[in-house]
Design a binder for this molecule. Structure first.
Ligand code: 6PG
Length: 247
């Protein structure tokens, strides 16, 4: 995999704008080249402002009717639950776009976890027209980084980090809500582009470990993201990048 690109901007506000700008650019490129943009959203709090900017300042920069929305992970809660990644995306962007329900492929967190994982694998298979053993190739997967070095819902020490057959797994993590659904490395590493967003001093040690630390995906799960035929870009503010080696 080519070296990840690292973009450092002054502060979180600038990071959110820069990320929205890049997403709009990637969306335009994808729609121009193959008529649609398969966009995999991240959860957590960091992307919320970027989603809001996409639905406001960048509303007319993307042909939203050609976008298909997915999630890289979800908490096993109902879609209206405050902890739901879908609920956050619906509040910040989806509810503000003139899109059709069939453009949104929601992880069904309300199902029993194992059923939810199988259900999403079926949704991926149908919407990407996958054969057995094939993995979807997303135009863009957005990822965050947890202070404990997790990404999606692949947490340190979880055997799911090394899952090579399934596309979506149900995991029990050391954070509330414990039960979650997560993409696996084969899906993350099949993406055309992956964008990590991380902001704030609290993320600095995790960013340093993932980018400059010893290779140890069991301790640093976000290191598992290394697409063979895809580009990884880290969007960081100065604080989150503050412990990186000079480049
Ligand atoms: C989730 C996310 C998770 C998130 C990181 C960072 O479901 O929580 O998918 O991987 O990206 O935990 O979260 P913050 O952006 O809130 O720091």
């Amino acid at each position: 995999m080519p070296e990840p690109k690292i973009v450092v901007v002054n502060d979180a506000a600038e990071l959110f704008v820069h990320a929205a700008e890049e997403i709009a650019h990637v969306a335009g490129e994808a729609i121009c080249t193959h008529g649609e943009f398969t966009f995999c959203l991240s959860g957590g709090s960091t992307p919320a402002s970027t989603y809001e900017l996409l639905a406001t300042r960048f509303l007319n920069s993307v042909d939203w009717k050609e976008v298909r929305f997915y999630w890289g992970d979800e908490r096993c809660v109902p879609p209206e639950h405050p902890e739901s990644n879908y609920a956050m995306a619906n509040r910040t962007i989806l509810s503000k776009l003139a899109i059709k329900p069939e453009q949104v492929f929601r992880m069904r967190g309300e199902l029993p976890p194992q059923e939810g994982a199988l259900d999403y694998e079926k949704q991926l298979k149908a919407s990407f027209g996958l054969g057995d053993g094939e993995f979807p190739r997303f135009d863009l997967i957005l990822l965050g980084l947890g202070d404990n070095r997790h990404t999606a819902s692949l947490f340190p020490g979880d055997p799911a980090i090394h899952e090579a057959r399934r596309s979506v797994v149900a995991v029990d993590v050391d954070a509330e809500p414990r039960n979650r659904l997560s993409f696996t490395a084969p899906v993350l590493n099949n993406a055309e582009r992956v964008m990590f967003l991380a902001a704030g001093q609290k993320k600095a040690e995790a960013v340093r470990d993932i980018i400059d630390g010893p290779r140890d995906p069991d301790r640093f799960p976000a290191q598992i993201v290394a697409p063979e035929n895809g580009a990884v870009t880290w969007f960081l503010d100065r604080a989150a990048a503050s412990l990186l080696k000079p480049r």
